[in-house]
Write a protein that binds this ligand. Structure first.
Ligand code: ARG
Length: 459
């Protein structure tokens, strides 16, 4: 059994079940490199402040460097006997550096140590997530550029609404993801606060230099209150909530793509390498990857709510409940990174069924709003034009006709404002080309947006 960091006042051995129940090594071994980095900075500071001798400090840093190398080589294995990662690294250091290792815990508690490790982890996770989101954005922009001219029905209430460029909708996801990247960047401000030096909760009587540690670990800010420093997990909540929002975005995209791959929509088809089959129905090609991405959102939302629930009743300062934070956080980060990675590859292999699209655009009621705006340009008040075209649509439907099947004479029976140009309005391509407002689906504006994104996302 790896020696505990706290056995002194106990006369009995810990019950094995308690040992197992309280252990966190199975989860927090992933903090190993951060734990060592934090300890190296702490050991340097102890030497610089004369709390240990410079020779002792060097010896500590030397031992920790060897541990870090073994972690980086992939040779580091969690010791199932250790209570947690801090205990295991301490034990290893005692083997490598000898008795001086027992000075490393000076002016430090696992309470501020674990808070530091977790912040270092969150910092890397936020960077990796932002990079992965960027890759998905690039894949979306690529897809949009490949099919830049393609017109599809846009939907509201999942009912056909108005013609749009497919590229315009793909860029809508790019905008959504951009907000996730911004939120990650913003969260960094509150992740990057040094808790070390808070010790257990009250600080220390020893002459430590927290600013020096902050400089070594590149923290722009130092936690102002030692009690808050060891209790605060807002940065975990914040990162988790960014990932929950991201999960919702990915889920909405997945839902659209699932619909679009159905026979009913027939807008997209997935590459065989990114679809799955049925054990019973031989003809099936299923979008399981997209469904798992959609389901993933439920998981990450659950982890966020779990973490909120874990925190809500905690008295200040550190409580062992906080050990759960890592389970919530790590599983959320893993699920988010997996979803982003597979989605990026799926997007790079998706095909747009351009030959099937005309069928979707046949119903020219899709351009009814264009006919309303046409009448507005002929001096009719919008509400009157809206009511009139509503009646025209209903009447055409009653007679089993499309708007386009009506003759100019028939239209003029509804209003004398209709002239020779009226029927030409009922064309989906003309509809998108006719849009002029900034941010609209106009092909020229969408091309500009594509260029803007291409430049912005250049690696
Ligand atoms: N494994 C603990 C955690 O993850 C480390 C801190 C333990 N501190 C304590 N006072 N028991 O939170």
């Amino acid at each position: 059994m790896t020696r505990k960091l706290w056995g002194g006042r106990f006369t009995k051995k810990t019950d094995p079940l308690v040992e197992r129940f309280t252990s966190s090594i199975g989860v927090d071994y992933r903090l190993a490199r951060y734990d060592v980095q934090g300890s190296m900075a702490h050991a340097k500071m102890l030497g610089r402040c004369g709390i240990v001798s410079l020779a002792e400090s060097h010896r500590l840093v030397g031992g920790l460097t060897r541990i870090l190398r073994s972690i980086e080589r992939g040779a580091w294995k969690p010791d199932p006997q250790a209570e947690d990662i801090h205990t295991q690294i301490q034990a290893t250091l005692e083997k490598l550096a000898g008795p001086v290792a027992r000075k490393l815990q000076t002016a430090r508690s696992r309470n501020d140590q674990v808070a530091l490790d977790l912040r270092l982890y969150c910092r890397d996770a936020a960077t990796a997530l932002a990079t992965a989101i960027r890759s998905v954005q690039r894949a979306l922009v690529k897809l949009a550029a490949t099919y830049r001219g393609v017109v599809i029905p846009g939907y509201t209430h999942l009912q056909r609404a108005q013609p749009i460029l497919l590229a315009h909708q793909l860029l809508a996801y790019v905008e959504m993801l951009e907000r996730d990247v911004e939120r990650l960047q913003d969260a960094r401000k509150r992740i990057d606060v040094l808790p070390l030096g808070a010790a257990a909760l009250a600080g220390t009587s020893l002459p430590i230099d927290r600013s020096y540690v902050a400089r070594l670990l590149k923290f722009p800010r130092i936690a102002q209150n030692s009690i808050d420093a060891v209790s605060d997990r807002d940065f975990v909540l914040e990162l988790s909530s960014v990932m929950a929002g991201l999960g919702v975005h990915l889920s909405r995209l997945a839902e659209d793509f699932i619909l679009w791959t159905t026979e009913e929509f027939g807008i997209l088809s997935l590459d065989d390498a990114f679809a799955t089959g049925s054990s019973l129905m031989p003809q099936k090609k299923n979008p399981d990857v997209l469904e798992l991405i959609r389901g993933q959102a439920g998981f990450v939302i659950g982890q966020l709510v779990g973490c909120l629930g874990m925190l809500k009743g905690l008295p200040l300062s550190y409580n062992r409940d906080l050990q759960w934070d890592k389970r919530f956080l790590f599983s959320t980060v893993d699920a988010s990174r997996d979803a982003l990675a597979v989605l990026e590859r799926l997007l790079r292999h998706v095909r747009v069924e351009t030959s099937r699209l005309p069928r979707l655009l046949e119903s020219d009621a899709l351009c009814a709003t264009d006919l309303v705006e046409y009448l507005v340009t002929r001096g009719v008040a919008f509400a009157d034009a809206h009511a009139l075209i509503g009646k025209v649509v209903a009447s055409a439907q009653r007679h089993g006709k499309r708007l386009r099947d009506l003759s100019l004479d028939e239209l003029r029976r509804w209003s004398s404002r209709f002239d020779g140009a009226a029927l030409a309005v009922l064309d989906p391509r003309r509809s998108v080309e006719g849009k002029r407002s900034f941010g609209s689906t106009n092909p020229r504006l969408v091309a500009q947006a594509l260029n803007r994104w291409k430049n912005r996302l250049r690696p």
